[in-house]
Design a protein around this ligand. Structure first.
Ligand SMILES: [Zn+2]
Length: 404
């Protein structure tokens, strides 16, 4: 990127609750944020193209912390479906029959929608059958993504067409990791679907090859009571205890949902600090429950918000899900939304090196057309995708046009 200076910006850097820099200047060079100056200082020592934002709001791009792009187009759950019945009767039957061209087209369309609403980071879990297809869509749209590749070997739970040996999973993972080793947008990770999908032999193999598999192992955990019962049937323990036994619980493990934790499981997660993700509208429809997100955040466990998929979420956009979270958790938006956004920003920073506006972080920014009097109130209550003017990722335009 060319050197760029944004002056007279209202910056919400996501460094702490309520943090806001008014009439600030931001200088970017070599794809990084190099300097941020307080009110009045225009960083005259740095040269480069200057854009006067005249008080417009600047935030980091947002993180959709859990999503399956390939599931767009899968039949949505009926009102009486719980997670396990939907997986068995719908997803596991329809997934092997999906058409690659349709998956690619849907993924492109959904990614463009995310970019348009200020999402710059995705944490994905994608079908092993369509992994290549989805990664190609991510690559062409240049959205920063951690793309988990589904795996599982338990044919008691999974149909043959979706299962593979742990050796094959490792081989595929290493192939993609090598292929995208210099790509600054795509990160590759392993994602066992959920514990009932893997046998003890698979987990043993994972444990013995963890240095090759890691980091950022993703696995759905405690999404419904039915899933927990299935896990106990295969592994004879509560899910988080199974992961802990195999040495798979640490600060680079990502656990979507985690709705039902026993006291013992909660104590272990509080100690090991894996990342949890929450998808409130999906959880409500497939499990009739909601994760105690505020409790998790208060105990220092990172929690990110994710839509899960357009087959299961009731929300069309990230912002709708954000507002739904506060409603479902019965907490005021002004309390919960800043906390979940800050936690999400920290997750994005750890994975992608952006998501927080600070010196040295990636030149990733969302610039809005609005000039709110109270920026945090605007973000918590009024932010709509249409207000996004442009977004930069790695200093390049990811959405909109930079107005010079
Ligand atoms: Zn999911």
């Amino acid at each position: 990127m060319d050197d760029l200076k944004l002056t007279h910006a209202t910056i919400v850097p996501m460094t702490s609750e309520k943090a806001c820099l008014r009439d600030s200047t931001l200088y970017m060079s070599e794809n990084r944020i190099m300097a941020i100056a307080k009110a009045g200082d225009t960083l005259s020592e740095y040269s480069g193209e200057v854009i006067d934002l005249e008080g417009k709001l600047v935030t980091p791009p947002f993180l959709n912390a859990h999503h399956h792009l390939y599931q767009t187009g899968i039949t949505k759950p009926h009102s009486h479906d719980d997670l396990v019945s939907w997986l068995k009767n719908v997803l596991f039957k329809e997934e092997p029959l999906l058409d690659k061209k349709v998956v690619y087209k849907n993924a492109l369309n959904d990614i463009k929608g995310f970019l348009k609403s200020g999402i710059g980071y995705l944490i994905l879990q994608e079908s092993n059958l369509f992994y290549d297809t989805v990664v190609q869509a991510v690559e062409s749209c240049k959205i920063k993504s951690l793309v988990g590749r589904y795996c599982g070997d338990n044919t008691e739970t999974l149909p043959d067409s979706l299962s593979e040996s742990p050796r094959e999973s490792l081989r595929e993972l290493l192939y993609y990791r090598h292929k995208y080793r210099n790509n600054t947008y795509i990160k590759v990770s392993l994602s066992p679907r959920f514990l009932p999908a893997v046998t003890p032999e698979f987990l043993d193999y994972l444990k013995n090859h963890i240095s090759e598999f890691g980091p950022f192992l993703q696995i759905h955990l405690n999404e419904s009571q039915g899933e927990i019962n299935l896990t106990k049937h295969v592994h004879h323990k509560d899910p988080a205890l199974v992961l802990n036994d195999y040495g798979l619980l640490n600060d680079s493990t990502i656990l979507p949902h985690s709705i039902y934790l026993t006291d013992e499981e909660f104590a272990i997660l509080s100690r090991k600090k894996p990342t949890l993700t929450t998808s409130p509208t999906t959880n409500l429809s497939l499990s009739g429950a909601v994760a105690p997100v505020a409790t998790y955040l208060a105990s220092g466990i990172p929690v990110g918000l994710g839509l899960d998929s357009f087959a299961t979420s009731k929300s069309q956009t990230y912002h709708q899900e954000l507002h739904a979270l506060a409603g479902i958790a019965k907490l005021p938006r002004k309390t919960l939304i800043p906390r979940i956004l800050l936690s999400s920003a920290n997750i994005a920073y750890r994975i992608f090196g952006g998501g927080i506006i600070k010196r040295g972080s990636s030149a990733d920014l969302a610039v809005f057309s609005v000039k709110p009097h109270n920026p945090w109130d605007y973000i918590s209550n009024h932010l709509v995708p249409e207000d996004l003017e442009f977004m930069l990722l790695n200093g390049g335009t990811a959405y909109g046009e930079v107005q010079h």
